[in-house]
Each structure stands twice: as C-alpha cells, then as structure tokens.
Design a protein around this ligand. Structure first.
Ligand code: SF4
Ligand code: SF4
Length: 628
C-alpha cells in the first residue's frame, strides 16, 4: 500500500526520496520533514535576526513593526543584533571547516613521525608543491618533509606573523582590496576567536565593523582552514582524478553488507574503504550469506571517498534518515557535521548499528569508537568486522531499496582540469573569449526542508548549462546534479551548442564535480588561476556562485568568502538579516565598490539563473568580450 500523501510530492523531486518517505510513514517513523512541519510557524524574530541570547540579561527581541521594544536590555539596536548574529554564524562555519582541516594536519604530522600505520603520502608531487609554498626544505626525505609541512601549517591556525600563506595564490590587486578594508586574514583561530570576542556583550557595536570581521573570518576559512583540509587530504589520500561511479538510494545492495560513511572527513572513511576489500572479511561476509561488502557514501564524507575512490553516493543531506529506512543498512559510520541527531533512534528501529568516530561528535544511540591517527587503520577494520557480523541480523521482510542507480563521473580537481586542457588554461580562456562558454558558476551547498529537495539545484543548473555556462559543483548540490544525470558525458546534449561542443571535444560532462564542502576551495583556486592567467582580478571574470538550498553555518561562511574573493553569490534561502536595513543593504549593495561582488537572494531558481546570466554578460562586457 502507498502511504505517501499527495502533499509529500512537494517535499522532493526525487522518486527514491518519496518512496522512502512513504515507507517511513507506513512504519510510523518520524523524519526531517515531519519535524519541520511541527516547528511551524517558525519564530519571526529569529528569521529576521532580531532575537539575541548572547547574555543572560536576555533573551531579547526587537519588534520589527516598531510598536514593541527597539533595543535589547543592553541597548543593542536591530543593526547591532543582526550583525552580531550573522558574525557568529560565519564564525561557526569557519570553525567547523577549519577544525576539520586541523584533524588532517595532525594526521599528516603523525605520518611524518611514523606514528600512523596504514596512512601515508599518496601525492608526493602535491607534498612538494605545498612544501615549497610553506618554505619547507625541498631536499628533505618525504616523511621529514611531511612532518615539517604539518608543523608549518599548524602555524596558520595560531598567532601568525603576517597573513595566511594560501592568500599568496591570489592576484596582488585582490589582496590590496582586502588591505584597504583591513580584512586580510591572519591566523585561522585568531579570526574565529576575535569574531566571538567582538560579539560578546559590550565589545563591537558597529554593524559595519562587525561585518568586516565576518568577511575576515570567512576568508580565514576559505584561504585557510578549508583550503588546508582540501590540500592535506589530497596529500594523504591522493588528488582526485575522473572516476566513474553511481548515485541514489539504489546503490544499496539487497544481497550485500551495506556500510554508509557519513559526515565530512576522509580519515576514518578511507580506512573503512580499504578494510572492506580485505579477502578475509569478504569471505566472512559470504559465510553469512552476503555476496560482498558494499561501502557507500553520504553528504561530504561520501564526496571525499567518491572523488578519490569512486565509492557510490547514496544521497545528500535530506536522504540520511531515509537511507536507514531502507532496512538494508548494517552500519552507518559518522565523523562530524550535518549528521542528524535523530539517526540513533532510527537505527534502533532496524538492525542498523550507528558508530561515531570523533571524540568531538557523540550522538545519542550511537556506539563510540574513537579515531586517532595511531589507531585509525585498526578502527577501519573493526567497523567493517562489526558490519559484516550484523548482516545476520538483517530482517529481509523490512528491506525496500528504491530506484535504479544513476551513473556519474566525479573527481575534477583543479589539477585534472588543467591537465585535460593540455597543461595550460589557454584552451578554456579561448573558449570563454570566443563565447562558446559564456562563463562558469559554482552551484554548491546543502538541502534544506524549506526547499523542495534538489529542485533548486537542478532547475538552476539545467538553465545555466542550456545557456552555455559551465557548472562546477560540490557538496550536496553535486549529489542532486548527479541524480539528475548531469554528470555523465552524454549530459553534454543538455548543454547549449557552445558548451556542448567543448564538452564533447574533451569527453567531459557540463557539470564538473569538484568535491566536498571544504573543496569549494578548489573552485576559488580555479578562479584565482584563471584570474592570474588573464592578468585580472577575480571580480572581473565571468564567474558566479549559487547556494540554492543552503542550511548550514558553513554555507554562510563559504558564500561570504566567495563574495570577499570577488565572486557574485546568489542564495536561494534568505539569511536572518532582514531585521536590519543597514546589514541587508551592505550585503546586497555595499560590497560592490570595495570588493567587486555582492550577495543576492533569489528563492526562484529560474530567476536566479537570469540574475547570474546577466551578471556573466556584464562581466564579459567589462573584459571587452562579446556579450549577449
Ligand atoms: S547581549 Fe544585549 S540584546 Fe543580547 S541578550 Fe544580552 S542584553 Fe539582550
Ligand atoms: S553541502 Fe551542506 S548539507 Fe551537504 S554536507 Fe555540506 S554543509 Fe552539509
């Protein structure tokens, strides 16, 4: 019997999602959309950014209609309140990405010291390039170099002399813009701490000054913590190369042990992927009646192992609970970020075992097996052992795996794109100059139950590629695009004639998967490389970014560092800023003059595409290129 209601069709465009919502309903299980409905109406003060609970004189609210209080108890007005709240949001996102990056650096140090069995240096060329960037001696043996690089990068987090090293990848003219505003990023932790300090009661009470620090902390993420996470992951596990794989709930296998890897870090997940190939564990799985061990990914841990190992992707953010509702998951292993605290309850409704692996991220209903570089390899094996043994407890009558997997190609690192172009950016620039490719857009970010799942991403991207705009993507947007079939070479047929010809010549899809959320730094590195090749600043390029379905603090930080780096960015969900005309005006208009880019907010993805296309044509005119 179909237990879905007609209104369920408004929750997602994905048939596999809708099928599992119906199964959850039939089994009396609560999922994210039920809780979203129970929260209605959501607090209007909070939506406008007009509530504050920074201190316990409060909580305080400001009446947006002018009848009630216009100041918090301390005297903060609407502009201060909104700016402080936004600043803390951006600091939260920067902290999350950057702390993730630190875990990679600690592991690199352990590798260099010979204390991380099972881990090693997978990309020595990248190690050499980074060592040169950070002033590490070129002649050192590989492991010593890894150790010295890790120690040098740790300095990026602290009270650094000067500014973050990766900012030197940018054209000087961009750094001059930051210097003029006083937002050149210093140590990563320094900027996060200063944002938290400034937003304490009675510190920074100037909305513009607060927002400048929000830009600075975001830059410390984009050109600091996140970029460190990406680069060191590549050193440890390899820089991604094009890899064929599959996507959607159909990648779960009825006749195999299913292991889901969820969260953001590749540290545990890489070890699980390796252990799942162990012939002894495969033999044990067969003894228990399984045909194999099927490792799949979710969210950005999924993107990490998809990009490097071709591990199939079961889904994006709003699919995490539904994957367990299939009844076919032996084990879900998580690290941190974007993991719903409801997973423990859902896992308990099935035979599924839920493992947490980060000491800083524990969850109700989970078994905690902590990761360390020293024990990571053994942990990966133990997780697979537990999953295999759990297969015997699966209840086949409760299993329903919807959908047929869709093929996708991922793994488009900046290095691979450059190689595909023959080792120079010239062919891409020539195609852009000729108008074959009008420009490029990063479509990135999350799912949010306020938006029909994947509608925002796929509608925007379809229209962009139809109009000869190359799309690069990361995170949960990339999963949406893969499910829509945009990541197959044949998807070139969906593109306009110019982009189609380029894609067919290179054998690539019109939507290039560049990785996880921290890998948005691959996109800004690409933008910086193109700007350097053309001898211009990033804001002069026909580029844009969009986050049609964002929900997370990290997405707010990414959008902020994109704008501060000179990339026009369109959000599909309004951030909580409308309570202050000053803050809203600064974000939508006031950054254009000093930074050459602004935010825009447009919930309708078709209209968002129009905004982006007109921005790209304006930038083309600015460069003296033919515009439409
Ligand atoms: S910081 Fe001011 S506005 Fe915020 S809770 Fe305290 S008194 Fe209220
Ligand atoms: S894109 Fe958003 S929801 Fe998805 S993993 Fe990243 S931060 Fe989380």
């Amino acid at each position: 019997m179909d237990h879905s209601s007609p209104s369920d069709k408004n929750l997602s465009i994905q048939p596999d999602t809708l099928a599992m919502i119906a199964k959850a309903r039939a089994e009396g299980l609560e999922v994210v959309w039920d809780r979203a409905a129970a929260q209605e109406p959501q607090c209007g003060f909070c939506e406008l950014g007009l509530s504050c609970r920074i201190c316990v004189m409060g909580p305080c609210r400001i009446d947006p209609f002018g009848d009630g209080p216009q100041r918090g108890i301390c005297g903060a007005d609407a502009h201060i309140m909104v700016a402080r709240n936004l600043g803390r949001m951006v600091a939260g996102g920067a902290a999350a990405h950057s702390d993730h990056g630190r875990d990679l650096v600690e592991t690199l140090l352990a590798v260099g010291e010979g204390k991380a069995p099972g881990f090693g240096i997978a990309d020595t060329a990248k190690l050499d390039r980074l060592a040169a960037e950070f002033g590490v001696e070129a002649e050192l043996p590989t492991l010593d170099k890894a150790k010295e690089l890790a120690l040098a990068i740790m300095e990026e987090y602290g009270i650094k002399k000067g500014y973050l090293t990766f900012t030197r990848r940018l054209p000087e003219v961009r750094l001059e813009k930051w210097r003029a505003l006083g937002i050149e990023p210093r140590g990563v932790d320094w900027e996060v701490t200063e944002m938290m300090h400034r937003t304490h009661m009675g510190v920074d009470n100037d909305a513009t000054n607060l927002l400048l620090q929000a830009l600075r902390v975001a830059l410390a993420d984009g050109w600091g913590g996140s970029m460190i996470a990406t680069e060191i992951s590549d050193v440890l596990f390899g820089t991604p190369k094009p890899t064929a794989s599959q996507v959607n709930l159909g990648v779960l296998k009825e006749d195999q042990v299913n292991i889901i890897l969820h969260g953001h870090s590749p540290l545990v997940s890489e070890m699980v992927v390796r252990a799942a190939q162990d012939p002894k564990l495969l033999a044990r799985a067969q003894e228990l009646g399984a045909k194999g061990i099927n490792v799949v990914g979710l969210c950005c841990t999924g993107n990490e192992v998809l990009m490097r190992q071709g591990i199939p992707m079961v889904g994006n953010h709003l699919v995490q609970e539904l994957a367990l509702v299939t009844g076919a998951v032996e084990t879900i292993v998580v690290d941190y970020q974007c993991i719903m605290p409801s997973l423990g309850d859902l896992a308990a409704c099935y035979h599924t075992k839920f493992y947490t692996t980060a000491t800083k991220a524990k969850f109700p209903g989970a078994i905690h097996l902590p990761f360390s570089p020293e024990t990571g390899e053994a942990l990966g094996r133990e997780l697979v052992v537990q999953a295999v043994e759990n297969f015997a407890l699966r209840r086949p009558e409760r299993v329903l795996i919807p959908g047929t997997p869709v093929a996708q190609v991922s793994g488009f690192s900046v290095e691979v794109i450059e190689q595909a172009l023959g080792g120079t950016w010239e062919p891409l620039l020539t195609a852009i100059k000729a108008g074959q490719i009008r420009g490029a857009v990063g479509v990135v970010g999350c799912n949010n139950p306020k938006v029909v799942q994947d509608y925002g991403h796929t509608t925007l991207t379809r229209k962009l590629i139809e109009n000869d705009i190359l799309v690069v993507d990361t995170g949960c947007a990339a999963v949406a695009h893969a499910k829509a079939g945009f990541k197959q070479a044949e998807a070139a047929e969906l593109a306009g004639p110019g982009l189609k010809a380029v894609c067919q010549a290179l054998g690539i899809p019109p939507v290039l998967h560049m990785g996880s959320c921290v890998d948005n730094t691959r996109i800004i590195n690409l933008a910086a490389a193109l700007a350097q090749a053309l001898g211009v600043d990033l804001d002069q390029l026909p580029l844009a970014a969009a986050a049609p379905e964002w929900y997370s603090e990290k997405a707010a930080t990414i959008a902020t560092y994109a704008v501060a780096s000179g990339i026009y960015t369109v959000l599909g969900v309004m951030p909580p800023v409308l309570g202050s005309s000053a803050v809203t005006d600064l974000l939508l208009n006031g950054l254009e003059a000093p930074l050459g880019a602004t935010f825009a907010v447009e919930p309708d993805p078709t209209k968002a595409a129009d905004l982006i296309m007109s921005h790209i044509e304006a930038k083309r005119r600015g460069l003296g290129l033919k515009a439409r």
